[in-house]
Ligand binder design. Structure first.
Ligand code: SF4
Length: 704
C-alpha cells in the first residue's frame, strides 16, 4: 500500500461490499462522471476475484469521501442531535451505560454488532459486552445472514466454514447446484468460475423462484415456490436412492445416521407430491437429481434464498444430505458452500459477537471453553456471562423494557429486523441508544449519542472472505474529520467504565494478536496467522495453527465431530404445504433480497452517487398475470400488506418471477422498508426470521 510510483498516486485496498473481498487499486485521476470524487477504482490482482471488480467495487470509495460522512460526535439535546466533543460523547455514553447497569443490572444493556466489522472489532465487541459491560445480551446482524447455514454446518460437519472448497476448485466440478443464491448480482466477480466450469462441461442447476441473471446462465432452472426448498432437496434425495446413485462406501466410512434418513426418504411423499408442493415439474426435479448424482464431482452452494426461512436450518441440512449421500465433499471439484453475503460475514461470526459464542467458535456454554477464554482475558470463568438471545429477540426484550440501553456498532437494526413496527416502538422506549456509524443511518437518527467511525479506507484490520481466507486490509487514507476506529471507541468507553486494564490496545494488530491467542485450539484457529504473514502471503486459510496451515479444502480425511464422521439429518416429511403459507387474505408470497448496485440497508451505497443513480427507489416485482388479476399497472405505486405491517413500492412487472410470488429489495427505509411486512417468526434452531416467505396482499394505491 501507499502511494504508487509514477505520476499517479495509488493505493491497494479491498471492496467492503461482499464476502469475496476483491482487491482494489485506488488511484487519483479522472473519475466516473457524477461520482463526486477525484478517485477511481480498478480491479487489482488477487486469488479470489482474479483482478475482477463489479460495479459496487468500482464505486465503493464514493461513500467514504461523501460530504454526508459523520465528522464529529453528536449528543441529543432538547430533541436534536448537536455537535459534541469526543470527551463529552464518551462521558455521556459511559453515563448512560453505567446508569442502566446500576439501576437494573448488567443485562439491562444490550450490544448489537455487524458482519461488516473487521475481525478485530468483532472480537473486541464481544469482549466489551461481556467484560466491560458484563451483559449477556450481545448479538449481531449476521443472525439474519448466516445463522441457518452456520447451525446446519455445525450440526452436520461439526464445523461451520462458508465454503468447504477453494474458489479455484469450482471449474473442476462436473455439476453445480446453486440454491437460493443470485451470484450474478450479489457476488458478480465469482461468475467466471462457474462459466469456466460450464465450459469444461459442467451442468449448472439454479433453484430460485425468480429467473435471475444467475438462472439465465444455468442449464436447468427450478423455479421453486418460496419456503419449499427442504421438500425439493428431499425429493432429489429420493431419486438418488431409488436410482442407486448414492456412495455407499463414503456413507459407511465417513457418516452417521443414513439408515434413519433412508427409512424416512422411502416413506416420504412421492415425487409427484413433492412437485406439487414445490411448484416445480416432476421431470425437472428428477433431471436435477440425476445430473448431480451421475456427476463424478459436484458442488452445492446455498445462500439466503434457502436459509432465510423459518425452517432454514433444516432446508440447508436437506441439501447437505445430498452432498453426503453422494460422497461429494473433501476432494477437488466437490463440496458445499454457504455463500456469505456481508463483507466479513465469515470472520464476523467466528470471534464472539454471537449470543452463544466465544472467540474461535468456542461455546459459551462449555466449561472448558469458558475457562480458556477467561485465562486469555485474565478473569475468572464466572465473570463471563452466559448465553444471551438472538438479534430479533433482543428487540423484543427492548420492547418489553428488559433491555434499557442499546449500543449499536456497524449495523442498522431498525431496518434489518423483521416486524419493524415493534422495533421502532421498542427503540423509542430505550433509556439510551448509542450508535457508532459512518452516516446518520435510520437507526443513528433515533440515537441519543452518535459516534463517527472511520471507513474501510481509513482503518486497518483483517477480514475473512467466503472461502475462509483471512486478508489484511491496510488503512490508505487519513480519517475524515474526527472519526475514530471502532475498536478505539470501544477501548475508550471501556476505560470510562473502569475496565481500562483489559482494553489497552495501541493498534488493530495488537487486538489481532490477542484474538490469535483466544482462537488457539478452537475450531476457527487463527493462531498461526500474523499481520507480517498476511503482508507476505495473499491471505491465509483458517484453520491455521502455529504448526499447521489449511490448504483451503476441508474434510479431506475427517469431519470435525469427535468421531470424525458427518451426520445426516432426517426430519419428518409430509405432503402438506409449508407452515407459513398463503391464505385468501394474503394470497402472495413476498420474498426479498439484493439488487446489484446496493449493499445491505444501503447506508453506504445510497451515498455513492453512481450506485444510487443505477437504482434509486424500492420496487415490487410482480408477474403480469398476478398484476392483471389485481388490476395493477406497471410502474404505479402499490401497497404490500402482511399480518405484521405494510410498505410501499412502485410495481415492476416481469415474467421472470413465479405468479404466486412477489419480490422487493431490502435496501430502502421509511415506508419503503420491506421488513415492515416481514413476520417475527423465527427458525427454532438458529433464530433466523422468514425473510423469504411472508404471505402478503398487494393493491394499487396513491403515492405514500
Ligand atoms: Fe467484489 Fe463483492 Fe465488491 Fe463486487 S461487491 S467488487 S464482487 S467484493
Amino acid at each position: 500500500t501507499g502511494p504508487g510510483s509514477g505520476a499517479t498516486a495509488a493505493w491497494q485496498t479491498q471492496c467492503p461490499f461482499c464476502s469475496v473481498q476483491c482487491k482494489i487499486r485506488l488511484e487519483e485521476g479522472p473519475a466516473a462522471v457524477g461520482s463526486g470524487t477525484a478517485l477511481r477504482a480498478r480491479g487489482d490482482d488477487n486469488a479470489a476475484s482474479e483482478g475482477r471488480l463489479c460495479v459496487k467495487g468500482q464505486n465503493a470509495h464514493q461513500h467514504a469521501v461523501s460530504r454526508e460522512r459523520l465528522r464529529y460526535p453528536m449528543i441529543r439535546r432538547e430533541g436534536r442531535l448537536v455537535r459534541a466533543s469526543w470527551a463529552e460523547a464518551i462521558r455521556a455514553a459511559v453515563k448512560l451505560l453505567a446508569a442502566s447497569s446500576e439501576r437494573y443490572g448488567p443485562d439491562a444493556v444490550g450490544v448489537y454488532g455487524g458482519g461488516s466489522l473487521t475481525n478485530e472489532t468483532a472480537y473486541l465487541l464481544g469482549k466489551f459486552a461481556r467484560l466491560a459491560l458484563g451483559t449477556k445480551y450481545i448479538d449481531y446482524n449476521g443472525r439474519f445472514c448466516m445463522s441457518a447455514a452456520a447451525s446446519a454446518g455445525s450440526k452436520t460437519f461439526g464445523l461451520d466454514r462458508g465454503l468447504t472448497f477453494r474458489l479455484s476448485d469450482i471449474p473442476q466440478a462436473d455439476c453445480i447446484i446453486l440454491a437460493g443464491t443470485n451470484l450474478a448480482e450479489c457476488q458478480p466477480t465469482l461468475m467466471p468460475y462457474f462459466n469456466r466450469a460450464r465450459e469444461n462441461g459442467a451442468a449448472i442447476i439454479v433453484i430460485d423462484p425468480r429467473s435471475t441473471a444467475t438462472a439465465a446462465a444455468a442449464d436447468l432452472h427450478l423455479p421453486v415456490r418460496p419456503g419449499t426448498d427442504a421438500a425439493l432437496a428431499a425429493g432429489m434425495l429420493k431419486v438418488l436412492i431409488e436410482e442407486g446413485l448414492i456412495d455407499e462406501a463414503f456413507i459407511a466410512g465417513r457418516t452417521r445416521g443414513f439408515e434413519e434418513l433412508q427409512e424416512r426418504t422411502l416413506g416420504q411423499m412421492t415425487l409427484a407430491q413433492t412437485a406439487a408442493v414445490c411448484g416445480v415439474d416432476e421431470a425437472s426435479i428428477r433431471q436435477a437429481a440425476l445430473l448431480y448424482g451421475r456427476a463424478s464431482t459436484g458442488m452445492i452452494l446455498t445462500a439466503r434464498g434457502v436459509e432465510q426461512q423459518t425452517d432454514g436450518h433444516l432446508a440447508v441440512r436437506e441439501f447437505l444430505n445430498l452432498v453426503l449421500a453422494t460422497g461429494k465433499i473433501g476432494r477437488p471439484g466437490c463440496g458445499y458452500g454457504a455463500v456469505t453475503g456481508q463483507g466479513n460475514g465469515q470472520g464476523g461470526r467466528e470471534h464472539g459477537q454471537k449470543a452463544d459464542q466465544l472467540p474461535g467458535y468456542r461455546s459459551i456454554a462449555n466449561a472448558e471453553d469458558r475457562a480458556y477464554i477467561a485465562s486469555v482475558w485474565g478473569v475468572e470463568p464466572e465473570q463471563i456471562p452466559g448465553a444471551g438471545v438472538s438479534a430479533y429477540e433482543m428487540m423484543e426484550k427492548i420492547h418489553r423494557k428488559e433491555i434499557r440501553t442499546l449500543f449499536v456498532m456497524g449495523s442498522n437494526p431498525v431496518m434489518s429486523n423483521p416486524n419493524v413496527a415493534l422495533v421502532e416502538e421498542g427503540l423509542a422506549k430505550l433509556d439510551g441508544l448509542i450508535v457508532a456509524d459512518l452516516f446518520l443511518s435510520e437507526t443513528a437518527l433515533l440515537a441519543d449519542i452518535v459516534l463517527p467511525v472511520t471507513s474501510y479506507l481509513e482503518n486497518a484490520g483483517t477480514l475473512t472472505n467466503l472461502e475462509g481466507r483471512v486478508l489484511l486490509r491496510e488503512a490508505v487514507r487519513p480519517a475524515v474529520g474526527e472519526a475514530r476506529d471502532d475498536w478505539d471507541i470501544l477501548c475508550e468507553v471501556a476505560h470510562g467504565l473502569g475496565q481500562g486494564e483489559r482494553f489497552r490496545f495501541p493498534s488493530a494488530e495488537a487486538i489481532f494478536d490477542e484474538l490469535r491467542r483466544a482462537s488457539r485450539g478452537g475450531l476457527a484457529d487463527y493462531s498461526g496467522i500474523t499481520y507480517e504473514r498476511l503482508r507476505r502471503e495473499e491471505g491465509v486459510y483458517w484453520p491455521c495453527s502455529e504448526e499447521e496451515s489449511s490448504s483451503g479444502l476441508m474434510f479431506e480425511q475427517d469431519f470435525a465431530h469427535a468421531d470424525g464422521r458427518a451426520v445426516f439429518s432426517a426430519p419428518p416429511q409430509t405432503a402438506s404445504a409449508p407452515s407459513k403459507s398463503v391464505s385468501p387474505d394474503y394470497p402472495l408470497i413476498l420474498t426479498n433480497g439484493r439488487v446489484l448496485p446496493h449493499y445491505l440497508t444501503g447506508v453506504q451505497t445510497h451515498r455513492s452517487p453512481v450506485l444510487e443513480a443505477r437504482e434509486a427507489a424500492a420496487f415490487l416485482e410482480l408477474h403480469p398475470s398476478a398484476a392483471k388479476r389485481l388490476g395493477v399497472r406497471d410502474g404505479e405505486w402499490v401497497r404490500i400488506e402482511s399480518e405484521a405491517g405494510e410498505f410501499y413500492a412502485r410495481s415492476r412487472l416481469t415474467p421472470k418471477i413465479r405468479a404466486d410470488t412477489v419480490f422487493a429489495p431490502m435496501h430502502w427505509g421509511g415506508v419503503q422498508n420491506v421488513n415492515r411486512a416481514t413476520l417475527p417468526e423465527l427458525d427454532p434452531h438458529c433464530k433466523m426470521p422468514g425473510f423469504k416467505t411472508t404471505p402478503v396482499r398487494v393493491s394499487s394505491c396513491a403515492a405514500p
